[in-house]
Write a protein that binds this ligand. Structure first.
Ligand SMILES: *[C@@H]1O[C@H](CO)[C@@H](O)[C@H](O)[C@H]1NC(C)=O
Ligand SMILES: *[C@@H]1O[C@H](CO)[C@@H](O)[C@H](O)[C@H]1NC(C)=O
Ligand SMILES: *[C@@H]1O[C@H](CO)[C@@H](O)[C@H](O)[C@H]1NC(C)=O
Length: 405
């Protein structure tokens, strides 16, 4: 593991202050570190660094707009804005007839601050992007991937009805087998969090209305993620079940997690689990929507979204997932823009809290300028990116031109 300043600090905390792991439990209250809401929602986030930023991390068929592009777009064509209800909207272009070989515009924002062990991240959303080819995610990543870890809090593709949560780390981080439903209500999939070898360790939400159209129709809900040396917990509450502590909180009040109940996903730091401080460094928050690519595209032909036969290719080395990704691009990204009317986040607020007496929870942001910068078409050492859902990773950036119909 690369010894960045922050990771050194985590290791130090872990090795010298073990008592914190014990007391960092539910009875205490967490103090607000940062809030994004209302007209200043986007102030502490970065957009794409330049207008050639395509989704190289996931081989998605989108260009991410820069802050200037978003600001300068005509009314009705802004991909990020604060709506009349004071909520932040981040969306995919649903007004341009995109022509081959272009990609569709979308949005990706990354937090300017990194949040370490001891953090509690809570967001209240009314709408998560959904639809064919659509792949939204709210996730976090360390400065180096996968050495510093990745947490997927909200993620899904195409017509998936449920949210999927996951961790990605280097080899040696496992998800403990949890059968006690009072510890984790979700359904575990892959248990090996090894990012190199597989899809990461996944947990499927089992409560209804966690994703897609039903999430929006049900009035949305709240997601909370606790990043603790004793483990990660991710909670989801549909609108009617949001706990009193959250409903009663505002941008100033500390918050207690004693009424949070059973998390949807729990990744404990146990002997058969994951040594969290070893595998996870301070995390940059990311909210983005991509199209097709390594997950939504790779599974497209089996997603119930295909509108015609897959393209055929005799090009040597063509993989089935390449064919699926191309079908996704041809049939959806180039298709009518109205297919993306539901491809938007509407976020009421996002708050980050820190447990008391956990110095590592102090935001480390600002000092490390390379941390959390979105990938660019020009490529950089950070462009190893994430591998959220695809079992097979094939590098086909801009390769769609090779066998479009
Ligand atoms: C993407 O957005 C920019 C800025 O609004 C615009 O100039 C460009 O034409 C858009 N690209 C596509 C493919 O729609
Ligand atoms: C992690 O994945 C890599 C690449 O597939 C593999 O070589 C390694 O054995 C895996 N390690 C573990 C512990 O799963
Ligand atoms: C794009 O979608 C929004 C809803 O997200 C809708 O209000 C708007 O009319 C759509 N734009 C076009 C051009 O259809």
């Amino acid at each position: 593991m690369k010894l960045s300043t922050a990771s050194f600090f985590s290791v130090l905390l872990f090795s010298t202050l073990p008592a914190l792991r014990v007391c960092a439990q539910s009875a205490q209250s967490f103090n607000l570190v940062q809030e994004s809401s209302g007209s200043t929602f986007f102030d502490k986030w970065d957009f794409a660094p330049n207008d050639a930023t395509f989704d190289q991390e996931n081989n998605g068929d989108v260009f991410f707009n820069t802050k200037d592009q978003v600001s300068n777009a005509a009314d009705g064509q802004k991909l990020a804005f604060i709506n009349s209800n004071g909520n932040a909207v981040l969306r995919v272009d649903n007004f341009t007839n995109v022509l081959f070989p272009n990609k569709r515009n979308s949005t990706r924002i990354t937090s300017q601050t990194q949040f370490g062990i001891g953090s509690l991240i809570i967001t209240d959303m009314l709408h998560i992007p959904f639809g064919c080819a659509v792949w939204p995610s709210f996730w976090t990543k360390g400065a180096n991937w996968p050495q510093d870890g990745e947490i997927d809090i909200i993620e899904g593709v195409n017509k998936n009805p449920q949210n999927q949560m996951a961790l990605h780390a280097t080899a040696g981080c496992m998800h403990s087998q949890i059968t006690d439903l009072t510890l984790q209500s979700g359904k575990a999939g892959e248990l090996n969090c090894n990012a190199t070898g597989n899809v990461g360790c996944t947990v499927q939400e089992t409560q209804p209305n966690s994703f897609g159209q039903s999430f929006a129709q049900n009035g949305g809900g709240v997601f909370a993620t606790q990043f603790d040396s004793s483990g990660f917990s991710i909670w989801f509450w549909p609108r009617a079940n949001v706990p009193a502590s959250i409903k009663g909180s505002d941008s100033k009040s500390p918050i207690s997690i004693s009424d949070f109940g059973t998390p949807s996903a729990s990744f404990p730091n146990t002997a058969d689990g994951c040594d969290i401080p070893k595998f996870f460094d301070a995390q940059t928050l990311v909210i983005e929507t991509t199209l097709c690519g390594d997950w939504a595209g790779a599974v497209y032909l089996d997603s119930g979204c295909a509108t015609g036969p897959a393209p055929t290719s005799t090009a040597p080395g063509t993989q089935p997932t390449d064919v699926a990704k191309t079908a996704c691009y041809n049939q959806q990204v180039l298709g009518p823009a109205s297919a993306f009317d539901n491809a938007f986040f509407e976020i009421q607020w996002l708050r980050v809290y820190a447990a008391p007496n956990t110095p590592a929870a102090t935001a480390t942001g600002g000092s490390n300028s390379s941390t959390g910068s979105p990938t660019t078409a020009s490529g950089s050492s950070q462009n190893t990116g994430k591998a959220p859902g695809a079992a097979i990773q094939i590098d086909v950036p801009l390769g769609l031109a090779t066998f479009a119909a």
